[in-house]
Design a protein around this ligand. Structure first.
Ligand SMILES: O=C[C@H](O)COP(=O)(O)O
Length: 253
């Protein structure tokens, strides 16, 4: 079965004032050369979603939010709903990032509700899972990620609406990266676990991204691993040239 077309998404996290939109413009320009070969998205802070979506309109680069509330509207001060992100021009939303799980105590059930909200609003959900350093050292990485997938995903998923991102917590922003064998083992396990949540054809077509210290220097070897269908890039996505170098390293399928 051929692997799906790679998808490389940038997560700007809590970085980016108006001036950073120039980086998005540069990604738009560079993305033309990747059209049809690699799907791209940038997920800026909520304050920039609308303006970035306007700037990237008509390009091959989608825009995503970094989180959404489970409800569409209501008395939830400071929160943003999936419908609001869609209204602002987003096509994607990240849910269950480990920084949200840690900083805001989000449980698998919370993530599942956000995934449902994303789908309700017509967004593609990028669902993050990953083990901590202690969990990996205890030999529990596979068990932890399988549990997160089981608890965070609904049944009947489609590849068009759901992307999985495996991000070992200890690899995020640290410069540390699992061995290629460990990435391969985890991604195969994720694909296998998806069988409980989607039809076989959807499982085969669903993108499973790797995230955690992906850089231009290591992107080619990581993106060539079996069942790695792209990357969720943090720090290196803040610079258009680095983000484009990573995307350009994705194998053509
Ligand atoms: O969402 C992105 C990840 O948390 C990876 O971040 P990083 O590339 O800065 O390690």
């Amino acid at each position: 079965m051929p692997q799906p077309r790679p998808f490389v998404a940038g997560n700007w996290k809590m970085n980016g004032l108006s001036a950073a939109l120039a980086e998005a413009d540069a990604v738009k320009e560079g993305a033309a050369a990747l059209a049809g070969a690699v799907d791209l998205a940038l997920c800026p802070p909520a304050t920039l979603v609308h303006r970035m979506a306007e700037r990237l309109a008509g390009s091959a680069v989608g825009v995503g939010g970094q989180d959404c509330h489970a409800k569409a509207t209501g008395a939830h001060t400071g929160d943003v709903s999936a419908e609001m992100l869609a209204d602002a021009g987003a096509a994607y939303v990240i849910v269950g990032h480990s920084e949200r799980r840690a900083d805001h105590g989000e449980s698998d059930a919370d993530v599942r509700a956000k995934l449902e909200a994303a789908h309700r609003a017509g967004l593609v959900a990028i669902v993050c899972v990953g083990e901590t350093k202690e969990e990996r050292e205890a030999g529990r990485a596979l068990e932890i990620v399988r549990g997160q997938l089981d608890g965070s995903l609904v049944e009947g998923l489609t590849a068009a609406r759901t992307v999985i991102a495996y991000e070992p917590v200890w690899a995020i922003g640290t410069g540390l990266v699992p061995t290629l064998d460990d990435i391969a083992e985890m991604h195969a396990a994720v694909r296998e676990a998806l069988a409980a949540k989607a039809e076989a054809a959807e499982v085969a077509a669903m993108r499973i991204l790797y995230g955690g210290s992906v850089k231009p220097s290591n992107a080619a070897e990581i993106l060539a691993v079996a069942n790695v269908d792209g990357a969720l890039v943090g720090g290196a996505s803040l610079k258009a040239s680095d983000f484009l170098a990573i995307a350009s390293a994705a194998p053509r399928r």
